[in-house]
Unconditional design. Structure first.
Length: 197
């Protein structure tokens, strides 16, 4: 009897890394699942950087366009989340350099056809991004205090609390030693306590 390959009943049961491999092979459902998993948190992360809902929506879509275009370069032996957040961070840094998002026309017609599924996921992923953001900010209770911090400290709080990244993942994104990340986080929390008190 030939050996059978265990296959999950549902692609949603797969890890991010496995989904990324499938999406790189043009598996549309795998790409949609990845987008739906990270759409809200990437939007919140970008929103904190640009402080404009409209620009955050545009840049979030741009992040996922870049993810789709670069999936073939993703190393599945590494974690997907830090790779995604590096793309998100580079996207908003590029935005600040240019002071405007890249135009959709620059992506070409074939890219726009591929992005249709992303737009459908955006509209069917549950809550509107704005509602998700408002709930997250209310739940965290850190929004006002975080805005008082310098950008590097604010980013540390957002990555850990709102994007739910571990210190190890943050260290990988920022290319800094783990202990440096932990001490910067502690300093940021101390500053927030002063603002709240």
């Amino acid at each position: 009897m030939p050996a059978t390959i265990d296959k999950p009943n549902n692609l949603a049961d797969l890890s991010d890394e496995r989904l990324a491999v499938l999406a790189a092979k043009d598996n549309r459902e795998a790409l949609e699942i990845l987008v739906s998993r990270y759409l809200k948190v990437i939007y919140i992360f970008i929103y904190h950087a640009v402080a404009s809902r409209e620009e955050a929506e545009d840049l979030t879509q741009e992040v996922f366009v870049k993810v789709w275009k670069n999936l073939s370069k993703f190393n599945s032996d590494r974690a997907f989340r830090p790779w995604l957040y590096k793309i998100a961070k580079n996207t908003y840094l590029d935005y600040y350099k240019k002071r405007r998002p890249s135009p959709w026309s620059a992506l070409g017609e074939s890219a726009l056809v591929k992005i249709q599924p992303l737009q459908q996921v955006w509209s069917t992923a549950g809550e509107a991004p704005e509602e998700a953001m408002d709930k997250e900010l209310l739940r965290a209770g850190l929004a006002a205090a975080t805005r008082q911090l310098e950008s590097s400290s604010a980013e540390m709080i957002i990555l850990h609390h709102e994007s739910d990244l571990s210190f190890r993942e943050i260290a990988e994104i920022k290319r800094e030693p783990l202990n440096t990340v932990k001490s910067r986080y502690r300093r940021a929390i101390s500053k927030i306590k002063k603002y709240i008190n």
